[in-house]
Design a binder for this molecule. Structure first.
Ligand code: FES
Ligand code: FES
Length: 169
């Protein structure tokens, strides 16, 4: 059965009809055509599909699209500024070698963003815990953690939508 949902998608209000069984991963990749979110295991084990819903990093392969109704969804496509310049966390991954093959990178960056939005002064342990569910098979966690550490405490750019319950601003 299809239902209409209303939500914020990367800062913009959107309404869409979604099937009950669609995951957010399917919805954003196959229906909306935003392929920055990656599918790895498809079963909640790898974190490649991580997106941010109402400020929290979640596995989009386990999250039903109908549950987005009244919420705010951020994908990797939503991080860059309007002029196309990269978000500071994205820049840090480039500058510190946090991008290797890149497959895990969107999920890593979104887990890091959710953490630093919540706790800009995150400790090393907080950073490790935040990306514990994001597997990198290139095994370069040192560079990934260095990337995140380099931007903690910085003022993050762009609006931060923690939660939205369907009320217009
Ligand atoms: S694809 Fe979602 S956790 Fe692996
Ligand atoms: S950069 Fe290759 S899996 Fe993480």
């Amino acid at each position: 059965m299809a239902r209409e949902i209303s939500f914020i998608f990367n800062g913009n209000h959107m309404t869409a009809r979604v099937e009950d069984h669609w995951t957010v991963l399917h919805f954003i990749r196959e229906e909306l055509g935003h392929t920055g979110t990656k599918e790895g295991c498809g079963s909640g084990e790898c974190g490649a599909c991580t997106v941010i819903v109402d400020g929290a990093a979640v596995n989009s392969c386990l999250y039903l699209a109908v549950e987005l109704d009244g919420r705010s969804l951020t994908t990797i496509e939503g991080l860059a500024a309007a002029d196309g310049s990269l978000h500071p966390i994205q820049k840090a991954f480039v500058e510190h070698g946090g991008i290797q093959c890149g497959f895990c990178t969107p999920g890593m960056i979104l887990s890091a963003k959710a953490l630093l939005d919540e706790n800009p002064a995150a400790s090393d342990e907080d950073i490790q815990a935040a990306i514990a569910g994001n597997l990198c098979r290139c095994t370069g966690y040192v560079q990934i953690i260095d990337s995140i550490k380099s931007v903690r405490g910085d003022e993050q750019q762009g609006p931060r939508v923690v939660a939205w319950r369907g009320e217009e601003d």
